[in-house]
Design a protein around this ligand. Structure first.
Ligand SMILES: [Zn+2]
Length: 252
């Protein structure tokens, strides 16, 4: 019997006919989470009042990085151009700007940032279910509330890179994946954080609503002590522009 990891309804209450891609297909995601009902699946792909869907925001923002990485690897398929509803991109200078009709809207950047964070949590929980089959645990309730019901507000971080290199293989750029490993279990247990490598970025998402209060200081100390290869400092993502989509730190 399937139970939806978002609304907890089962097959007697909701239909489960549509395929729920964990990472959007439009970003190259191939994995499916079986335990997502059609209603919740539809929610993630639907715009909300004056706001694009979280799936579209994730796609638009990370496709910039994907396009950049494929371009530097000379792997852009013929006839493929990056198109965006929200961003203007100069592919010679790699500068990105939100299109004027959106940038003038009050608080739009912040709303994009929030939708992006919700989408990152959504991918996390669906992959968690697919790989570990324990997404219904109560400790993930805050992710359900935030990603699915738009309640509360939870941070996402990104490593500030230490080295001028981009880690990641071509297959992972074409078909992005996140992985749960012994190491990620350890980080989860010790610091309530999940290291989330996606399209050349090293994101971090809290696995507890109390990460900031209870674990962040210890985690930052650990990064320094470990001289962590992804970087010993982290940055909070509040706005769409907080992410260095085109890896300008390499050129700087
Ligand atoms: Zn559901």
């Amino acid at each position: 019997m399937k139970i939806c990891i978002w609304c907890r309804k089962d097959e007697t209450q909701e239909s489960f006919d549509k395929k729920a891609h964990t990472i959007p297909q439009s970003l190259g995601g191939k994995n499916i989470c079986e335990n997502v009902c059609d209603k919740c699946n539809h929610y993630f792909g639907s715009p909300q009042p004056n706001l694009p869907s979280s799936e579209l925001v994730l796609k638009e923002m990370l496709n910039i990085s994907k396009y950049y990485l494929l371009k530097t690897a000379n792997s852009i398929p013929k006839n493929k151009r990056y198109k965006s509803e929200y961003f203007n991109i100069n592919w010679n200078t790699f500068h990105i700007k939100i299109k004027p009709r959106y940038s003038l809207k009050d608080g739009f950047q912040k709303k994009l940032g929030r939708q992006f964070r919700k989408a990152m949590f959504k991918v996390f929980l669906e992959e968690r279910e697919r790989q570990r089959n324990d997404a219904l645990a109560d400790r993930f309730n805050f992710i359900r509330e935030f990603a699915r019901y738009d309640l509360g507000n939870y941070p996402i971080y990104i490593h500030i890179p230490k080295f001028k290199v981009i880690l990641g293989s071509l297959p992972d750029i074409e078909n992005p994946q996140i992985r749960f490993t012994d190491h990620s279990d350890e980080m989860d247990k010790e610091f309530r954080i999940y290291g989330y490598q996606l399209l050349g970025h090293n994101f971090l998402i809290p696995t507890s609503p109390f990460f900031d209060e209870l674990c962040r200081d210890d985690f930052l100390k650990y990064l320094v002590k470990d001289n962590h290869p992804f970087g010993t400092t982290i940055k909070r993502i509040d706005y769409a522009e907080n992410i260095d989509y085109t890896f300008r730190y390499i050129a700087d």
